[in-house]
Design a protein around this ligand. Structure first.
Ligand SMILES: *[C@@H]1O[C@H](CO)[C@@H](O)[C@H](O)[C@H]1NC(C)=O
Length: 514
């Protein structure tokens, strides 16, 4: 009987002991962002934690373990589309990247206000609920970090890209524009002199925009909508852990302080069985398959007609088959070697050995997945981070870029044939695939471990680097350099005065003795 009671008590108590309350905020209405946040939170829920996720999307199949609650930012997807079309109108290719970098902090203010005033978020803010951890899917909506203070939680920041200016200074991560290209600069890891000049100016401009405009605005938002007593600056520098969706197989290796953990590739799942028609299509295409998907952001049917026709002509002349994610029922002029699918299980398709090339917009998830499965790419990047990823992949040597403006049949054919026939692209991506898979633990397990670690060690303040307590001029040694220069100058002046005095004395003695 006693044994029975113990078992029941344990069953009742243990989950409470070991399950943490986790609040995640992934406010961007961009599917790839949500997919990453969702994969992380699913992992945490499956590890037995109570998960609440604020995002524009909702989870239709919540995990069976732990608990899952959605706080849906209704209306955000529609608003995002409006915003994007307004932004892309003003920010064309001819605008220098730094202009878009400065425009981003400006845009972030109204986006963040939308989050903080949303009725579902207000309900949570006013609920008096407490959490153990707040995980913030960061872009520039910094005011949201004040949730950590409101809910009495440790702050964990998730970044969909590697270490960057938006997060480095808050955890004291060393990063100089000499070796760390700004994410919007589109520069290779080894920059030329002129690239370093531009990159430095970009960093200065971006930092000024953040400090002079963005952070004061966000501080005001946090005080207005969360709590008047908030010391926003303290919150910014109070980050316990940063999870980076990067890895040397897909991103430039950069320094990381101990509280920064790389989990790139964590969202990739073991391949599942393909639907029967796809399986037999891929199995039977012994000449190889080209898989084409422009992601969820742009529908293939929105592709300009002449570009679509250029692609179709290219495909019809290939001996390979083509599998095209096409969201419409019909594709005018569809060649017999092209198979369409409205929704395609991308990861499982890339895992098939007959897939030879992936034609992609170069989105973050697509580039990560293609490296994991070792498939070279032809990228048609359309917007911001796609250009960055595609460029990174081309520099790394497993991709060729075809810009939409230069997409013609001859350009597409020659590029596609180059990637199909020259083994260097495939070899490089396969080499990187091995690097990505060579991990001590699965990156999702690593992420879960670190979130739990932060809870176990009450914010893991022992990981903080001393730089965080230094002023910027101290960090850059400006005070030390100024001191050393002053000592040199003073010593020089002193010596000069003394020497002059002695010389004068000697001379006057000489005159007297003469
Ligand atoms: C900073 O975080 C710790 C725990 O991670 C918390 O105890 C402390 O109150 C936070 N400080 C502020 C100003 O939010």
């Amino acid at each position: 009987m006693a044994k029975y009671i113990t078992v029941v008590l344990c069953a009742l108590v243990l989950p409470v002991c070991y399950s943490a309350k986790i609040l995640a905020i992934f406010p961007m209405a961009i599917p790839s962002h949500y997919i990453l946040g969702n994969a992380l939170l699913r992992g945490l829920a499956e590890a037995g934690h109570d998960v609440t996720m604020i995002s524009p999307f909702s989870e239709k199949k919540p995990p069976k373990k732990g608990s899952w609650r959605d706080v849906v930012l209704t209306g955000f997807i529609e608003k995002h589309e409006e915003r994007m079309s307004a932004v892309t109108k003003y920010l064309s290719d001819s605008v220098p990247p730094v202009a878009s970098a400065i425009a981003m902090p400006l845009l972030s203010v109204s986006l963040t206000e939308d989050i903080l005033t949303h009725k579902n978020v207000r309900q949570l803010i006013e609920s008096g609920e407490k959490f153990d951890v707040v995980i913030f899917g960061q872009f520039l909506d910094d005011a949201v970090k004040a949730f950590s203070n409101l809910f009495n939680a440790h702050l964990v920041v998730f970044s969909s890209i590697s270490t960057n200016t938006m997060i480095n200074e808050f955890v004291g991560n060393p990063s100089l524009p000499s070796f760390a290209p700004e994410f919007f600069s589109n520069y290779p890891p080894k920059m030329s002199f002129l690239e370093r000049v531009t990159n430095t100016l970009n960093k200065v401009a971006f930092t000024l925009a953040l400090h002079l405009y963005s952070y004061p605005k966000h501080a005001a938002l946090a005080q207005k909508y969360i709590s008047e007593s908030i010391d926003f600056n303290q919150i910014l520098y109070n980050t316990s852990l940063v999870l980076l969706n990067s890895h040397p197989s897909i991103s430039t290796p950069l320094p990381r302080v101990p509280c920064m953990v790389e989990i790139g590739g964590f969202h990739i799942k073991p391949p599942k069985k393909l639907p029967e028609d796809l399986q037999s299509f891929l199995d039977n295409s012994t000449e190889g398959v080209i898989y084409m998907s422009m992601g969820s952001h742009m529908k293939s049917k929105d592709l300009p007609v002449e570009k679509r026709e250029a692609l179709l002509k290219t495909f019809s002349n290939l001996k390979q088959k083509v599998l095209w994610k096409w969201e419409d029922d019909v594709l005018p002029g569809q060649p017999p070697n092209v198979k369409l699918g409205k929704w395609l299980p991308q990861q499982d398709i890339l895992a098939h050995p007959n897939v030879k090339v992936f034609i992609t917009h170069g989105g973050l998830l697509s580039t990560t997945e293609t490296v994991y499965h070792g498939v070279p790419i032809v990228a048609i990047p359309l917007m911001g981070d796609q250009k960055m990823n595609a460029y990174g992949a081309e520099v790394a040597g497993y991709a060729k870029i075809v810009h939409l403006s230069e997409l013609t049949e001859s350009k597409m054919s020659s590029t596609l044939n180059e990637v199909l026939s020259n083994p260097k692209y495939r070899n490089e991506v396969q080499r990187r695939s091995q690097i990505m898979r060579d991990r001590q633990v699965h990156p999702l397990d690593e992420a879960i471990y670190w979130v739990e670690y932060v809870i176990r060690h009450n914010g893991a303040k022992h990981l903080r680097v001393a730089y965080l307590d230094l002023a910027w001029y101290q960090y850059y040694l400006l005070d030390v350099i100024a001191f050393i220069l002053a000592v040199i100058v003073v010593t020089y002046l002193l010596l000069r005065t003394v020497l002059r005095y002695v010389l004068r004395k000697c001379r006057s003695r000489k005159v007297k003795s003469d």
